[in-house]
Write a protein that binds this ligand. Structure first.
Ligand SMILES: [Zn+2]
Length: 286
């Protein structure tokens, strides 16, 4: 009787050893690094046989390609922020179309505002805040693209939008300060967002408004500035040529002496940067 039992027992041991050795291989693969995935391709036969016995029996090839490629899908995706410090030193009165297929022309660089008290031009303030944002957002792991890093640069609003488009930015963040001719008491922050007269991609309209709302709240929370709300604009060349979500933050009024002085202090600029950064973090982590 004992000899009669030997064959089935040996067979069971062999089957057990075979299954154990096979089932360890997929586990090795999932823990391997990206660079090892392609070089391990020749081991595919074991992986295929195990996969096909389990959940993906009808399509063993795809189950094999999915299993080892998981680590390559994982790398942290950086959100890309295109920062556009508004204006520049050079006034460029030549014109460009306000939108693709539009015959309406606007000046490429009409020049920005100037501090009524500090006499500091808007393009300098925009650059200082833009660079502070660049440093802060980069440190937080965002990929930052600047439309300009030099006040001597000469780039039109179409070109600025194209920088964001080419970078495939997740956000085109335009930094400006405002000014009014009559009304030195006018003060506070408002954010411009695109209208749908030229922009037909509803995603851009909806997302721009969503992020602008979040940014306005976080800006006001950090700076205690007066909130003037959101303004929908169809006449902004830099919006109409843009193919990414976009906002233009008017940080305050340089025509207001108190706000002009405040905007040009390191302390208030840091509050602005904190507010904008908090808003960006909130939007991308919601
Ligand atoms: Zn401006």
């Amino acid at each position: 009787m004992k000899n009669y039992l030997k064959l089935p027992i040996i067979s069971i041991i062999f089957i057990f050893l075979f299954l154990t050795s096979c089932s360890t291989k997929p586990n090795e693969k999932t823990s391997s690094s990206e660079s090892l995935v392609s070089s391990q391709a020749p081991q595919s036969s074991a992986a295929i046989s195990v996969s096909s016995q389990s959940s993906a029996a009808s399509n063993p090839t795809s189950s094999f390609t999915i299993t080892p490629s998981q680590p390559t899908i994982k790398p942290t995706t950086k959100h890309i922020i295109c920062i556009d410090p508004g204006h520049q030193e050079l006034v460029d009165t030549s014109t460009e179309a306000i939108a693709p297929n539009s015959s309406i022309m606007k000046m490429k660089n009409p020049g920005g505002a100037e501090g009524v008290k500090t006499k500091i031009p808007e393009y300098k303030l925009n650059m200082i805040v833009g660079q502070k944002l660049n440093i802060k957002l980069s440190n937080l792991g965002y990929e930052v693209i600047m439309t300009r890093t030099d006040n001597k640069a000469n780039i039109s609003n179409i070109t600025r939008a194209q920088v964001a488009n080419n970078a495939k930015a997740d956000l085109f963040l335009r930094i400006h300060a405002d000014s009014v001719d009559n009304g030195s008491s006018v003060n506070g922050v408002h954010i411009l967002i695109p209208g749908d007269e030229y922009i037909k991609d509803k995603y851009l309209i909806i997302e721009s408004k969503k992020i602008a709302s979040i940014l306005l709240d976080s800006f006001v929370q950090s700076t205690q500035a007066n909130s003037r709300g959101l303004d929908v604009r169809n006449d902004m060349t830099g919006f109409n040529w843009c193919k990414t979500p976009m906002v233009l933050i008017e940080m305050g009024f340089l025509s207001n002496p108190d706000e002009d002085v405040k905007l040009n202090t390191d302390e208030y600029q840091n509050k602005i940067v904190t507010g904008i950064t908090n808003g960006i973090n909130k939007y991308f982590n919601q």
